[in-house]
Structure formats: C-alpha cells, structure tokens
Design a protein around this ligand. Structure first.
Ligand SMILES: [Mg+2]
Length: 367
C-alpha cells in the first residue's frame, strides 16, 4: 500500500438485541440477548476510514481494553506499508499476552480495517483486490441454529430455515434425539451438519459420532476437547469415517498447518475476527487449497467480519458455504446485506468491504 499513516484508532462496542427464542439463550454462561460487535475504526492521515470487527462474544470490555491500551499505542502514527509485514510486527510485539484469544481478536479487528482501507485506496472490492478474477456472484449460505436441546424446537427451526430458502443447515446439538428430529424434518437433499463445540473426550466423541452416522452429516464440527488435540481428531475421522470440521478456535496459519498436516479434518474453518484477520485467513485459505481440503469459514457475524467473510469467500475459486447465525436482529449495520435471498448471500462490489456501517445504527446501539 502507498505510504499511509494511522492517525486514529477506536474500538466501538455495540449490542444489537436479537431473538433466538423461544428459549433463553446463553453464551459463555451469561444470558445471550444481543449481538455483541466490537467495531474497529481506523482513520489514516489522508482521511481514509476503514472498518474492522474483533470477536467479542461475552468479552466485549476486555477486547476494547486490548485495542485502547495495548494496540493503539503501538500503531498510532505508524506507516502501514505492507499489511502482512505490519501485522507480523504487531503480533510479535504482543505475543507474550497469548497467541490466541482476546489479544488475537483485537489484532484481527485491526487487520480487517487495514484491508478495508487498502481496497478502498485501490478503488476495488476486497475480493477483487485479493483475486482480480473474483466472481462476486451470490454465495450459498447455511442456517446456523442455536443449541435448543429440544427435538420439537429443532424441527421447527429447521423448517423455518427451509422456508427462508436455505439448502444447508447446521445444528449445535449434542444428542441424537435432536439430530434425528432435524433429519426427519428435512429431505435427504438438504445438507445437514452438527457443531458440538468441544464437549467430549476422544472416547465419548467416538461413541457419539457412531450415533450420528446414520443421519448422513456433511460434517461433524469440533467434537473433542481440547480443540488442539489434532491426533485425537485424526483418529476419530479415520476410525468412524465421518468428515470433521474445525478451526474457529485455532491461532493463525501456524496452528492450521499443524491441524492439516495431522489429517485431522476435511473442512477447514478459519474465523476472520479471531484468526488474525484477512492476512491470516488468506494464508489458511491457501493451505486449505494446496492440501485439497474445503474451506468452510466460521462467520456468525453481522459487522465487518460478515462482509470480510463474503469478500474473501467470493475471491476463492470454489467457495464453500457461508455460515449465517439463524437469529432475527432488531437492526442491521448493513441493511439487507445480512439477509439471505433463497438461502444465498449477495456480495457487494463497492470498494473495500463493499459497504460502510450505518452510523445511525452505531449511535443507537453503542454500549
Ligand atoms: Mg462452530
């Protein structure tokens, strides 16, 4: 990128109420009633503005503190130059605070904002900046359901997803009764996946995977705790013959390299607001392609992380499906860009991420 200095950096926490119901949802042990978004706003000395998003579910104040107290002093008044070099230096400066977690969430948010600026400066969408041949045609989305733990509710939410045109559905269930209810509700033509969120030991996971096998899952996601036990995942995938997916809890390209070389998964799931932003996402995408695996990013986001995911996926030669959390929001930062059309998502082709967030929505829902 042409010489450009960061003049200002701010973290803006939002909470946009949503309905996930009819149950009372929880996240991180706390009631989950609102979409938490930490917007990262970067302004350059020449007046360009970029927007990013840092993962912040159940940790919003901590992420804002990292940006304000630890990241801002290291980057304000600095030349951006090449973004990967700039981000490498920042990762190095902050590495003692943990390579994965709150620090990397904040780093991811800044990285996305810098790529938004780079694409705006080039007058291109991020997809086109990354790949001149990006098609920007609509992407196939999947409905990502909350964990209801109730077969009837799961069946109803599956039907509601079909009614919106989705052809791929993901459950966050950990019992066979809910998985069966979902498969009974939808036709065999609908792809079904299950995300367990790391509940089981390797032995327990083996048993559950066998229970789930008759329901023809496209993938089983994060069956084992801890998520970095790649050998256990590899054994499970091989022994049960069920395709596994993982990656949302991994740190940068380096841990993805370990997971992939262990033959632990079939579907690779970087999360742009957690993995280190666009920079690390692109490296994970490359690793995925070289190893002939399939990219299925983690993206239950509604801020710049959502748009960044759309842009990056549409830059891929053979994009996988885009994860859309199945909730209804009181307001949207991006109008109808978060809404499916027959289960697909439009990829905006304006410069940068394709759209800037709605300033009125920011004003109303700022914490
Ligand atoms: Mg997941």
């Amino acid at each position: 990128m042409a010489q450009m200095k960061i003049a200002a950096l701010s973290a803006i926490p939002l909470q946009i109420p949503f309905s996930i119901g009819p149950v009372l949802a929880k996240s991180g042990g706390q009631p989950w009633k609102a979409q938490e978004i930490v917007l990262i706003k970067v302004e350059t000395e020449h007046g360009l503005v970029g927007w990013g998003e840092a993962f912040s579910y159940s940790c919003q104040r901590a992420v804002v503190a990292v940006i304000e107290d630890m990241v801002a002093p290291l980057v304000i008044n600095r030349e951006i130059g090449e973004i990967p070099d700039f981000m490498r230096k920042l990762q190095q400066a902050l590495h003692l605070f943990g390579r994965y977690g709150i620090t990397m969430f904040a780093i991811s948010g800044l990285d996305i904002a810098l790529w938004d600026i780079a694409a705006k400066a080039a007058g291109k969408s991020l997809a086109k900046l990354v790949n001149e041949n990006a098609s920007q045609t609509p992407l196939v989305g999947y409905s990502s359901l909350y964990r209801y733990g109730d077969p009837e509710l799961v069946a109803a939410k599956c039907q509601a997803s079909l009614d919106q045109g989705y052809k791929v559905i993901k459950l966050h269930e950990i019992r066979e009764s809910e998985v069966k209810a979902a498969r009974d509700q939808i036709s065999d033509a609908i792809a079904l996946t299950v995300d367990a969120n790391c509940p089981w030991t390797p032995v327990q996971a083996h048993g559950m995977a066998l229970h789930f096998k008759p329901y023809d899952l496209l993938w089983l996601e994060e069956p084992i705790f801890p998520p970095e036990d790649f050998d256990a995942l590899a054994t499970l995938q091989k022994d049960v013959g069920i395709p596994l997916a993982a990656g949302e809890n991994l740190c940068t390209q380096y841990q993805f390299r370990q997971m992939i070389s262990s033959d632990a998964v079939t579907y690779v799931q970087p999360s742009v607001t957690k993995v280190g932003g666009v920079t690390e996402f692109l490296r994970v995408a490359e690793l995925t392609q070289v190893n002939e695996l399939r990219l299925m990013p983690h993206s239950p986001y509604f801020g710049p992380g959502w748009l960044a995911t759309l842009q990056l996926m549409s830059a891929m030669p053979d994009p996988g499906f885009v994860e859309r959390l199945f909730v209804d929001h009181e307001a949207s930062l991006y109008g109808d860009l978060i809404d499916p059309v027959n289960g697909n998502f439009h990829v905006p082709d304006e410069p940068g991420l394709g759209a800037d967030p709605d300033l009125d929505v920011i004003k109303t829902y700022r914490v």
